[in-house]
Design a protein around this ligand. Structure first.
Ligand SMILES: [Zn+2]
Length: 96
C-alpha cells in the first residue's frame, strides 16, 4: 500500500526544466542510482510532475534520483540519489 499512486512520465519530460541548468541534454546521459546501483539512461527514469517541481525516480527501485524545484526565481537541484551522471562530451557542440 506504500506504492506511489501518482502517474509519471519518462525522464524525457524533464529536458526543458534541466536545460535551464545544463548546457548538455541530460536526458540522454547515463545515471547510476545511488540506492540500487542500476545504470540507465536518465530518460528511462520515472518523472513525477505533481510535486512543486519535478522528481525523477529510479525505474528499477523507485528511489529518488533527482529533484528540481524553482522557488522565487532560484533553482534548487538535488542529485544525491545519483552516484554519477555520465554525459557524452562530443554532444556539447551540437547547439546549432
Ligand atoms: Zn535504483
Amino acid at each position: 500500500m506504500s506504492s506511489h499512486t501518482y502517474d509519471y512520465l519518462d525522464g524525457n519530460a524533464a529536458a526543458g526544466e534541466l536545460s535551464a541548468i545544463f548546457a548538455m541534454d541530460v536526458t540522454i546521459a547515463e545515471a547510476q542510482c545511488a540506492h540500487c546501483g542500476a545504470i540507465k539512461r536518465f530518460a528511462e527514469a520515472h518523472l513525477y510532475m505533481q510535486a512543486p517541481g519535478v522528481v525523477a525516480r529510479c525505474a528499477v527501485c523507485e528511489h529518488v534520483l533527482l529533484r528540481l524545484v524553482n522557488v522565487r526565481q532560484r533553482l534548487f537541484l538535488d542529485v544525491r540519489g545519483m552516484t554519477y551522471l555520465s554525459l557524452n562530451a562530443s554532444q556539447s557542440q551540437e547547439s546549432a
